[in-house]
Ligand binder design. Structure first.
Ligand code: SF4
Length: 397
């Protein structure tokens, strides 16, 4: 079922066609004037781009979308996203392993995430008409916020409401499905030298102690050495290690992770003694995250991942700059900057970039079948590909 590395993904080819743009072979020629896309160059050497964490991360996301779980012949559908987590810890890449039927049922609730207020309303809504205060558990905050959430859910068409006198009654449209089975967190470290390993260790220890994700991995550039150098670093044994080659989109498992106890209380290390490597008699300070809090956070992360995916990288870049392009490599659309003649990082490609040039107004009016210029079109292309990874979603809202 999984596509070979380097072969264009059929879903992606279809997505180009469905947006009125022909397949990869004809991209440059067919839309050259209005969509100044660099020529598709199979086998082009993008090694430099992938040595940055941003470039490496985009390739890891693409690989995970096609190949997860590593080394297994398994068709579990996955949702891949990047830069998500909690207030205290943001993961580079996350992979959600999903129940196929439940994932399709999740699509009934639309592309956008359900925030905690919406989830409270939708998950507790009864099958029969009921006064909302009798149906939903007290949320721990004023009921007026619940009423707002009920109206928002009604506006989105994911909950039914009616008035009985002055009382609002609710009824569910569908049960909210238990669609996300496991959450896997991946830290991307293309170049894990000694000092990077020292910085990474406390992050992984935090993840292992908290056990918010089912598994934690580190993805690092494959060196081809008999023993990958990362295995010589002092990292938690619970974290798995992927030796990843972003050029060929292939990976080897250098170390298998342990499954973390997501159902048990998590431990948050607030302060460590002996931080400088010297013995001291003080105790470490901890706090605990109860399983209910963890369940809620995991669902919130899964919902955000469902909405954003990893192609949302374009939302924090400047696709409205005339130097910005999307370039196709192995069926993956990657950002490219004509001014820099390479893939820009997310940090570089911002309003403070000294080479930023707004796209000419004529690009936004002439020859464009939809509102907006190439910048908007780039976003639409990526959004279309994201939608195709969410079975059951028919249209992008
Ligand atoms: S010139 Fe700057 S803002 Fe424009 S695409 Fe390149 S990196 Fe992005």
């Amino acid at each position: 079922m999984r596509a070979e590395p380097h072969s264009p993904d059929p879903a992606d080819i279809v997505s180009l066609r469905s947006t009125g743009i022909r397949g990869p072979a004809s991209v440059a020629g067919s839309i050259g004037q209005v969509f100044p896309h660099p020529r598709v160059r199979p086998g082009v050497d993008d090694s430099d781009a992938y040595s940055t964490e941003f470039g490496f991360e985009l390739r890891t996301c693409r690989w995970a979308e096609r190949e997860w779980p590593p080394g297994a012949d398994d068709d579990t559908p996955v949702i891949v996203a990047r830069q998500l987590g909690t207030e205290r810890r943001r993961w580079d890449t996350i992979v959600l392993e999903c129940d196929p039927d439940a994932l399709r049922k999740r699509a009934r609730f639309g592309r956008k995430r359900l925030d905690s207020d919406l989830l409270h309303a939708v998950r507790n809504a009864p099958a029969e008409w009921t006064y909302y205060r009798d149906a939903l558990p007290h949320p721990g905050y004023p009921w007026r916020y619940v009423r707002e959430a009920i109206h928002r859910a009604d506006d989105r068409g994911i909950l039914e409401t009616r008035k009985d006198g002055n009382r609002i009654q609710v009824r569910r449209k569908w049960p909210y499905p238990d669609w996300c089975e496991r959450i896997v967190a991946v830290e991307n470290k293309p170049d894990l030298d000694r000092s990077a390993a020292r910085r990474l260790r406390p992050q992984l220890e935090f993840d292992v102690a908290m056990a918010l994700a089912d598994e934690v991995w580190v993805a690092t550039q494959r060196t081809g050495e008999r023993v990958e150098p990362i295995l010589l670093e002092d990292l938690p044994v619970e974290a798995g290690v992927l030796a990843f080659d972003p050029d060929t989109l292939s990976a080897d498992v250098a170390w298998h992770p342990r499954t973390l106890a997501v159902e048990k209380p998590g431990t948050r290390i607030l302060e460590r003694p002996n931080a400088a490597g010297e013995r001291d008699g003080s105790a470490a300070r901890f706090e605990y995250a109860d399983p209910e809090w963890k369940r809620e956070r995991r669902l919130a992360i899964a919902e955000r991942a469902y909405e954003r995916g990893w192609r949302s990288f374009v939302d924090t870049m400047r696709p409205d700059c005339r130097q910005f392009r999307l370039r196709e490599v192995d069926g993956q659309l990657l950002p490219y900057c004509d001014a820099k003649d390479r893939q820009p990082t997310a940090a570089e490609c911002s309003g403070s970039c000294s080479s930023y040039e707004p796209e000419p107004p004529t690009w936004r009016t002439k020859g464009w079948p939809i509102e907006g210029g190439p910048g908007k079109r780039f976003k639409a292309l990526l959004a279309d590909r994201r939608r195709r990874r969410r079975p059951g979603l028919e249209t992008e809202e």
